[in-house]
Design a protein around this ligand. Structure first.
Ligand code: DON
Length: 582
């Protein structure tokens, strides 16, 4: 985290009257902080065979090693996922969940949903007080904030069904990183320091990350995580049952019992990752392959693209006031739908076909003026049923055969609920905050929801994660995704538009300044760098409210060059990730 972010924190500490607000800020700042100057080159990383891009160099190297030893993209992705749980503890995880979009070289496309599920003891009103008002913090900190973790089961399932190597081989780099330790980077040192007060609430977490003298590690220190190494070794030796039924399940259940949490051994053994059909869309000659519910990401992305395809964005110009206006107007409508219609499809009848239909997109588009902003007060969720025929982290992998994985995984806030499972060395998520605690009450990301995303036992909370693969003429062209809460969808959208409409190379597409609208609050957020004052003024003149502020997202994207087959990778200059290839 850069100096700028630390100043925000200090000021906020002085101002904030509630702990909840402080922790929300901690999470957001650690996840999307203005950290680093933009990369100057705009040139992608190039390689002939395989490529891995993730939020952490050790993790990218773990994936690369697995590719070079004969693993495919899925093996490498799982190696990266486990390594991130060691080297990027703010978001990489064993105690959280995620989504993986897979496209194999032979054209098979699938997704793995390993989103957390509410424990059986969860109740619709569990985050409300006796007056029916949301209790600050309850869905964010401490044991009630955690859903039943899905990451271990999901990664093991993906690897078993679509990988080539034994699970133990794929997990070996993560185990070595935890057991032998690794050098703490500047970014990790800053991030751990910023989370110090959250992590101090859990004795196990404080012990895992603090030095012997009780202070947080400095850059260059070696971080060894013995309990985590033991946990990873058990999983490598015994498979995911060790986590869901065996010794690790015992530790999780004991941690919950001790701290008043709801997750039981029965919840753990009932957890099942799901293989789901991807959401498929098309955009100016590209096939879009993305994540279905319980993420809203794929549906929202395809809805946005369906609306925007009708406008000549390239002619209007990249980040011109006209283009930004149209994207914001489309997003206003799509996020309104998200609040009403999206939730866990095993519990709520999501009108997928209606939401994805082009006639529905046309109906939404017909309400958009090219010159005037609509007020979000006048935009309500649409009626897609009538059209029915029927600190997160992203990593991208492409292997030598052309198989590809886009995976996004999260604890939700940075370092999740701050609670480490004693003896097991990993943090638990605070994903329960992604449920709608009460209709119309915003969650940590300002997103609202209702019935579709109400808390329910066994139900998966709605996500915005949007791991996505773009295909052109039957061949994988772009692998992309990002963290950023509700801003994930618009971040991925803009990378796609930058490549397809604005003909940028992958690094330029990732570097380009971003903006965001999510219906409510009714405001266009613009990144601090890159939007000229006259563009902002033009948007205001159209009737938009603007808010110029922090950076958004952390994309790791890989493109395959149509002519040469070269792998072209880009890590987001906003953070410290690394793309490596061979
Ligand atoms: O699933 C979701 O949409 C959120 N839990 C993602 C959280 C996130 O991206 C935090 N990082 N910025």
């Amino acid at each position: 985290m850069g100096d700028q972010s630390r100043i925000i924190l200090v000021n906020f500490d002085l101002m904030a009257s509630t702990r909840r607000l402080r922790l929300i800020l901690l999470a957001l700042v650690a996840a999307v902080a203005v950290a680093h100057p933009r990369g100057a080159s705009g040139e992608p990383v190039r390689a002939r065979h395989g490529m891995v891009g993730s939020a952490d160099e050790h993790a990218s190297r773990a994936g690369l090693r697995v590719l070079q030893r004969g693993g495919n993209a899925v093996d490498a992705a799982v190696a990266v996922g486990f390594a991130l749980a060691v080297t990027h503890p703010a978001a990489g995880n064993l105690g959280g969940g995620g989504f993986m979009v897979i496209r194999l070289a032979d054209g098979r496309e699938t997704t793995i949903d390993y989103r957390e599920a509410a424990p059986a003891g969860a109740r619709r009103d569990m985050f409300l007080d006796s007056a029916g008002q949301p209790v600050a913090d309850r869905s964010l900190i401490g044991p009630l904030a955690s859903g039943v973790p899905g990451s271990v089961a999901g990664m093991a399932l993906a690897q078993k069904r679509y990988g080539r190597l034994p699970l133990a081989d794929v997990m070996a780099p993560a185990i070595a990183l935890a057991r032998d330790g690794f050098e703490v980077s500047w970014a990790l040192a800053d991030s751990l320091k910023s989370a110090q007060s959250l992590l101090a609430q859990s004795l196990a977490a404080a012990r895992a990350f603090r030095r012997a003298d009780g202070t947080m590690p400095d850059p260059g220190d070696r971080l060894v995580q013995r309990d985590l190494a033991a946990t990873l070794t058990l999983i490598a030796d015994q498979g995911p049952d060790a986590f869901y039924k065996g010794a690790i399940a015992d530790l999780i259940a004991a941690e919950m019992a001790r701290s008043g949490g709801l997750i039981t051994k029965a919840d753990l053994s009932a957890y099942t990752p799901r293989e789901r059909l991807p959401i498929i869309g098309s955009y100016r000659g590209h096939r879009v392959v993305s994540m279905p519910p319980p993420s809203s990401g794929g549906i929202a992305l395809v809805q946005l693209l369906n609306i925007l395809e009708r406008f000549p964005l390239a002619a209007y110009g990249h980040n011109s006031s006209r283009s930004i206006h149209l994207v914001a107007e489309a997003a206003r409508r799509v996020y309104a739908d998200r609040s009403e219609w999206l939730g866990d499809p095993d519990f709520f009848d999501v009108p997928v076909a209606g939401l994805l239909s082009r006639r529905y997109a046309d109906a939404l588009r017909s309400g958009i003026s090219e010159t005037r902003a609509t007020s979000s007060r006048d935009v309500k969720p649409g009626q897609p049923r009538t059209f029915e025929h029927s600190e997160t982290t992203h990593f991208s992998v492409v292997d030598a055969d052309g198989s590809a994985v886009a995976a996004t995984t999260t604890l939700n806030g940075s370092y999740g609920n701050g609670q480490m499972v004693t003896g097991a060395g990993f943090l638990l998520n605070n994903e329960m905050d992604d449920f709608s605690a009460k209709p119309g009450t915003p969650n940590m990301f300002g997103l609202i929801g209702g019935e579709a995303n109400a808390v329910g036992p066994g139900k998966r909370m709605l996500s915005s994660m949007t791991p996505t693969i773009l295909v052109k003429d039957g061949k994988t062209r772009l692998v992309v995704g990002s963290p950023g809460g509700g801003r994930i969808i618009t971040t991925v959208l803009q990378v796609v538009l930058n490549v397809v409409d604005f003909k940028m190379n992958v690094q330029e597409a990732v570097d380009a300044p971003r903006f965001h609208h999510q219906w409510l609050p009714d405001v266009i957020r613009l990144e601090r760098q890159g939007f000229p004052a006259d563009v902002v003024a033009a948007l205001e003149a159209m009737g938009h409210t603007t808010d110029v502020g922090a950076d958004m997202g952390e994309v790791h994207a890989i493109m395959i060059d149509e002519a040469t087959g070269l792998r072209l990778g880009a890590s987001d200059p906003r953070q410290d990730g690394r793309t490596l290839g061979y």
